[in-house]
Design a protein around this ligand. Sequence first.
Ligand SMILES: [Zn+2]
Length: 88
Amino acid sequence: MWFGSVDLSEISCTEVLEEIELYIDGELESDRAAHLAEHLRTCTPCMRHAEFHAKLKDIVRSKCRSETPEHLMVRIRVMLRREDPRPK
Ligand SMILES: [Zn+2]
């Protein structure tokens, strides 16, 4: 069987969206990443999606750096203590 009209270098938006996180993390094979990059260049919705994910990752990364889980736990504990009316 011959899929004459199918260009294997073309990937669908669905495929792009499935692999966008890997792409942003740099975990895709370079061939695959090149195809994704090519798609993003020509497809605005997917490009927006990629930008959104990249920004999200940036935010998460910067939050993790400035706020260690230990810090967070202390804050939560303080908050709980304040909320909790102690019986006398
Ligand atoms: Zn697309």
